[in-house]
Design a protein around this ligand. Structure first.
Ligand SMILES: [Fe+2]
Ligand SMILES: [Fe+2]
Length: 327
């Protein structure tokens, strides 16, 4: 049997016209405190992303250069989420719809999409604005057509997509709205049940490529006996969310720092997650960087993966860098 080709890209953060109209400084404008605004501005400009509204062009470049594939996986964070409430914001929903439509026009039903945290919304790091809304869940599932769980079989490989914001829900209660918590918990319980069933149904010769946007979810998956038993069959877990291998490396380093509770909501949430990051190891984590990379390293791009249908040889990952155009 001839080898099969998989393409993986992540964190496109595509912005359509309505989001772009908010301008590149939308996040800074939401910050009340002048010092925090200054700090966030430095961080945005030099480390994370100077022009967050300029990422759509990277998708067009990807589509122009990437060849055919047996499957394409987009590993979460499809829009700019510039209102911080996920896709219940009509402008963010329009961005995500445009993004997915472009990919579907090229790859049809071979394209599979994973939920990221920005699809559902969360409290923003510097401004403290926004949150996670059930209305965004409805926009994702009913209007955008995202699936909470999916799997695709390619020879002896099983690709599985899971929804990390649901799995990591216990760490995000403060991002959710009063009154919506029981429904979030119900959605999470259903999700865990479908994941358990899928892992229980794996055949011994099958190998898994697991797609989980945010690695914070992995310690929660590890609590599941059905998943733990099948860990040797997970060849890789492909995460996004961290945008750069630099951040993944830093996360591993910070795994030894205890949770910090005196510096506000986001620092507490992030440091608690990092203190659990040693549990990522048995999942054989591989980061797919953001399509546009981060400002500091200009390290964006996507993977092509060659799969042996018999799964006798390990999957071969090749990274294709998409450099920023000169200003
Ligand atoms: Fe992202
Ligand atoms: Fe993310």
């Amino acid at each position: 049997m001839k080898p099969m080709k998989l393409i993986i890209l992540s964190d496109i953060h595509y912005t359509g016209a309505a989001e772009r109209a908010r301008g590149n400084d939308y996040e800074l404008q939401a910050i009340q405190h002048p010092f925090m605004r200054w700090l966030a501005g430095r961080y945005r400009r030099h480390i994370w992303m100077r022009y967050p509204m300029g990422r759509a062009a990277f998708l067009d470049r990807f589509l122009a250069e990437a060849g055919p594939a047996d499957a394409v996986v987009v590993d979460g964070d499809h829009s700019g989420n510039s209102a911080f409430i996920g896709l219940s914001d009509p402008a963010s929903l329009a961005s995500a719809q445009e993004c997915l439509a472009k990919i579907a026009a090229r790859y049809g039903d071979k394209a599979h999409f994973v939920f990221g945290d920005h699809e559902l919304g969360k409290v923003a790091m510097f401004s403290g604005q926004g949150g996670m809304y059930l209305a965004s869940w409805q926009a994702c599932t009913e209007q955008l057509g995202l699936k909470r769980f999916w799997q695709v079989t390619l020879g002896n490989y099983v690709l599985m997509g899971v929804t990390s914001p649901l799995l990591a829900l216990p760490a995000s209660q403060s991002d959710t709205q009063p009154g919506e918590w029981p429904e979030w918990q119900r959605l999470r319980a259903e999700h865990l049940a479908e994941i358990r069933a899928a892992f229980d149904a794996l055949q011994p010769q099958q190998r898994v490529l697991l797609f989980c946007h945010d690695p914070t979810a992995l310690p929660f998956l590890h609590e599941e006996e059905s998943v733990r038993r099948r860990l040797p069959q997970i060849e890789h877990t492909i995460i996004g969310h961290l945008h750069s291998d630099l951040i993944l490396w830093k996360s591993r380093l910070l795994a030894w720092v205890p949770p910090i509770s005196f510096m506000g909501h986001t620092v507490k949430k992030m440091s608690s997650a990092l203190s659990q990051s040693r549990a990522w190891r048995p999942f054989r984590v591989k980061l797919c960087p953001a399509l546009a990379g981060i400002e500091l390293l200009d390290d964006g791009g996507y993977f092509t993966v060659t799969l042996d249908p018999e799964a006798q040889k390990p999957a071969e990952f090749v990274f294709h860098r998409l450099r920023r155009p000169p200003e």
